[in-house]
Design a protein around this ligand. Structure first.
Ligand code: SF4
Length: 505
């Protein structure tokens, strides 16, 4: 279990009558607690987290994850098993995930399931638990050029600050959501709202945020974002300069000038290296903003939700003038955004003023090709959790050896069977795409902290060598026999967790 940062209060939920009725029809996973956990008066003590609920019969504890079923402490959700194969002669295999596995506490107790299995003739072990994470957050990538809010702006959910806008990436705005400071460092309400929001976001639900000085955005893993109520459909093909570079040749001969409007780098074809290489005649167009390099302009407007992530609705507003020494009457000008969503065609009149004109079909074809080359805009939600704390004691008696073994690629770390990226440097900071995790992978405990599945898979020999809890290793068949289970197919994007090359030498 990770370090717990909040109250270690003993809560008698039976006495306070705030526990929940147990959904006995849900087919609970029976996880008998230690005999020592039994309490007089048929209450059971749940030791799966520091809250230490005393649960009356037929009720669940404060997190609704554990209940008292006829005097037995019971994890009420079934454990999730990932299944691979069974068709086309492929060997059928099952992987035990941490979803529904439960947690042991205090941390020195072995993890709830330490499962022996075989893969390609190698004896393997998977240590399975539901980690309780005080140190965790979500990094969210939102594929849009639209301005969501200034970097470092606060992000609110139900009025509480739960994160912030962080550094934008190529074609995407980035949010950093949750984290230990919001879970533990603010008011109780901030911690509770943050915790509930994080679990829902991890469970692929749609969450609405408002950004101070910016937009309202609805984020859902794997779905298109909604910005101020408008569904984003396209991710830009590139910045303005890149769009010029991609389509320059296709515009040659059809127009005399193209301006690709972009909040970051607006491109001007004739001046851009792409236009020069094609021998284009300078058009004499003069843009607002700051010229970075030839044909590449910064800050032509303010950020916003208009053309190319700027605040403009009239593209001519970014044109300062046309140089009479270079421009000519009849000059054909296309102005377009980086997604092709906005486009307008102009012809210069005798006074060198751009006049809106009907866009020729062959010019429109290239504009539509920009749109066709855009990828669908999505929200990507990545969970980041710190597993380098006391959670390691459930795996081995020498925690640092687990950390070292992960760094040495002897241990494959997965979350709900989904591959986890382990950050370099100290600790075990894992990052995983929640879209690849099973449904309802995340939960909460009221410390407050997030519950998330984590599995460590390694060879039996390596597990023994790093001081693993060998007495607690059980065969897969035994786990299958004792647990009510939810069997799901391996996500098509996920590699087989037992099959990581490094593990098999
Ligand atoms: S909050 Fe949940 S996990 Fe924690 S002690 Fe209570 S029932 Fe157990």
């Amino acid at each position: 279990m990770s370090e717990h940062s909040t109250e270690h209060t003993r809560v008698d939920h039976g006495a306070e009558n705030i526990d929940s009725a147990l959904p006995l029809t849900a087919g609970p996973t029976l996880m008998p607690s230690d005999a020592a956990s039994r309490q007089p008066g048929d209450k059971v003590l749940c030791e799966a987290c520091p809250v230490l609920c005393h649960i009356t019969p037929g009720r669940t504890g404060a997190c609704d994850r554990w209940g008292n079923v006829e005097g037995v402490l019971t994890r009420v959700d079934p454990i999730v098993l990932v299944e691979r194969g069974s068709a086309d002669g492929e060997e059928q295999a099952v992987f035990v995930t941490g979803v529904g596995a439960g947690t042991t506490y205090p941390d020195y107790k072995p993890a709830p399931f330490i499962v022996a299995s075989e893969h390609d003739g190698v004896d393997m072990v998977t240590v399975v638990t539901e980690g309780i994470f005080s140190y965790c957050s979500f990094k969210v990538k939102i594929d849009t050029d639209r301005f969501l809010g200034p970097e470092q702006a606060n992000l609110r959910h139900n009025g509480e600050i739960v994160g912030h806008v962080t550094t934008a990436e190529y074609g995407s705005q980035m949010l950093s959501i949750g984290g230990v400071h919001h879970l533990t460092g603010g008011s109780r309400r901030e911690g509770r709202i943050t915790c509930e929001m994080m679990a829902a976001l991890g469970n692929k639900q749609a969450i609405e945020f408002s950004i101070d000085g910016g937009a309202r955005v609805i984020v859902q893993a794997g779905q298109a974002p909604l910005v101020d109520g408008v569904k984003e459909s396209r991710m830009r093909v590139g910045c303005g300069s890149a769009t010029i570079g991609i389509f320059a040749k296709q515009w040659q001969g059809l127009v005399d000038e193209v301006v690709v409007v972009d909040d970051h780098i607006t491109g001007v074809l004739s001046e851009h290296q792409a236009g020069r290489c094609l021998g284009m005649r300078p058009s004499g167009i003069e843009l607002r903003g700051r010229r970075s390099t030839p044909g590449r302009y910064f800050k032509v407007a303010n950020p916003g939700t208009g053309w190319g992530g700027t605040d403009i609705s009239d593209p001519l507003s970014i044109i300062q003038d046309f140089d009479p020494a270079l421009s000519w009457a009849g000059l054909r000008l296309l102005m377009v955004s980086t997604t092709g969503e906005h486009a307008a065609y102009f012809v210069l009149d005798a006074a060198l003023r751009p006049q809106l004109a009907a866009m020729p079909g062959n010019v429109r074809d290239v504009v539509e090709r920009i749109a066709q080359n855009c990828e669908p805009a999505l929200s990507s939600v990545l969970f980041v959790g710190g597993a380098g704390g006391s959670l390691r004691a459930g795996v081995t008696q020498s925690p640092v050896r687990l950390t070292q073994s992960i760094k040495d690629a002897l241990v494959n770390v997965t979350c709900g069977g989904a591959p986890a990226y382990v950050w370099p440097g100290g600790g075990i900071t894992v990052m995983v795409d929640v879209a690849r995790m099973p449904e309802r992978s995340f939960g909460t405990v009221p410390t407050p902290a997030i519950v998330a599945p984590i599995e460590f898979t390694l060879s039996l020999a390596d597990y023994r060598a790093l001081g693993g809890h060998m007495d607690s290793v059980v065969p897969l068949a035994e786990v299958l026999a004792r647990a009510s289970k939810r069997l799901i197919r391996l996500d098509a994007d996920n590699p087989w967790p037992l099959g990581a090359k490094a593990l098999l030498g």
